[in-house]
Design a protein. Structure first.
Length: 441
């Protein structure tokens, strides 16, 4: 057997595999001999069927099967030995005049090769790393929400300015149907709020969504409208009133502090505000980290330049699905997947250059922390090590879960690396400004 490679260009090559009769004849003869031992053909005793008849009946199929097995194993071994970094899979070059009656065979395969490039994480970039602060207004609003949440609800017959209203926003044509609790200060225009004054349970108030709130993103919260639809949404919605309540706000005293934070952990309003600020900014940091990670990835895709063997990949895409694609369909699929393929190559390069390996202990520790957080949400704040380890073992016995968790661990490693190396400017913002930055508005 002889395998050779012709380098068409930096991204494309053709591998030729030449197989002679000596390479496969022994295996073919052995398979046919086994067939003869077990053949059940009328007129012959088992094991006494003439080899010429076995050859005539099974010879071509066995030959093709054994040659293909030899071809695939030898090609795979060659790719490993030559350390060829290929994209997709080798594509056989179809020969219309291929003759299986010959003794020797030659096969050709097209290869698409991964490009050689560098990733410069420390290059100048447009990426911004946001630090989100909980400002005084947000903290005061949260304190008031807590007072209302733990306060006393007093049913009312008619809506007044400071009442809370439970009801449903609806618009059948737009698919809006969301039950929520509102207060009249959420509306951008005082004229809208006045529509509710004096209304009773069962009344319906008609509202227009355009300019309903000071920030269109609030339509996502109150009406459950998608982000793509909120901007300049101009439609009528009905608000059906189901409950009207006045709230007698809870006093900011030690009894409330103990309910919120445990016995004696917080003893003053200032400490409450400090705790609220700490908890809010911890949550904001996760959102800021995710945006930073996404922005770095987008920047790397944009600025890391390299060519791909696009012609080869489009041909390969035609063959990989259950049903072959037309060249036009493959072109469309390639356009959809090119960005993802580019980042896959960039990520692989970053992982290799920075030795970002996922160790079993990393995966186990990450899973353990996730489980502890989930248990804490259900009131189990101090589970035993044995209990946690038992759950970890069950989770990690599921291969799909292991894959998902591995992706999370690698994402954390990439984030840490980006924080260390990426040349990004830091910008402090409040949460509302961060939302505007995140959606580009």
């Amino acid at each position: 057997m002889n395998i050779s490679r012709e380098q068409v260009d930096a991204l494309n090559a053709v591998v030729t595999v030449a197989i002679s009769k000596d390479d496969y004849s022994d295996k073919v003869e052995k398979v046919l001999a086994d067939y003869r031992k077990n053949a059940n053909i009328p007129g012959f005793r088992r094991g006494q069927v003439p080899m010429s008849l076995i050859q005539k009946q099974y010879g071509k199929a066995v030959l093709v099967d054994e040659v293909n097995k030899l071809l695939q194993s030898s090609l795979n071994d060659y790719l490993v030995e030559e350390k060829l970094d290929i994209l997709g899979n080798p594509l056989p070059k179809v020969t219309e005049e291929f003759d299986w009656n010959k003794d020797d065979f030659t096969f050709e395969f097209e290869l698409g090769l991964a490009p050689d490039f560098k990733v410069d994480l420390e290059a100048k970039s447009k990426v911004t790393k946001f630090e989100i602060t909980a400002d005084e207004k947000m903290i005061d609003e949260q304190v008031e929400r807590i007072q209302k949440q733990y306060g006393k609800m007093i049913p009312q017959e008619k809506v007044a300015e400071d009442h809370t209203i439970l009801g449903t926003f609806s618009n059948e044509e737009k698919g809006i149907n969301n039950s929520t609790t509102i207060t009249l200060d959420i509306f951008n225009d005082k004229k809208v709020a006045k529509k509710f004054i004096g209304k009773k349970v069962g009344d319906v108030v008609s509202l227009n969504t355009k300019g309903l709130f000071d920030d269109d993103h609030k339509l996502m919260d109150y009406l459950k409208v998608s982000h793509d639809d909120v901007h300049d949404l101009d439609t009528e919605v009905a608000f059906s009133i189901q409950e009207i309540n006045a709230i007698e706000k809870a006093e900011l005293n030690q009894e409330l502090f103990n309910k919120l934070f445990g016995e004696g952990n917080v003893t003053s309003v200032d400490e409450v505000k400090a705790k609220i600020k700490e908890d809010a900014e911890a949550q904001f940091a996760q959102q800021a980290d995710q945006k930073f990670l996404n922005d770095v990835i987008e920047n790397l895709i944009e600025t890391t330049k390299f060519e791909l063997p696009s012609t080869f990949l489009k041909k390969w895409i035609q063959t990989v699905g259950e049903n072959p694609l037309t060249p036009e369909q493959a072109e469309e699929e390639y356009a959809k997947s090119e960005k993802g393929l580019r980042y896959q190559l960039i990520e692989g390069k970053i992982v290799a250059d920075n030795d970002l390996q996922i160790q079993f202990e990393d995966l186990k520790a990450h899973t353990s922390e996730l489980i502890k957080k989930q248990m804490a949400q259900f009131g189990q704040t101090n589970p035993s090590d044995e209990e946690v380890e038992g759950i970890v073992a069950r989770v990690m016995s599921n291969q799909d879960e292991v894959k998902r968790l591995s992706e999370q661990v690698m994402s954390e490693k990439m984030l840490s690396l980006f924080k260390e190396k990426v040349n990004a400017k830091t910008k402090k913002v409040n949460y509302q400004d961060f939302i505007k930055e995140m959606y580009g508005e």
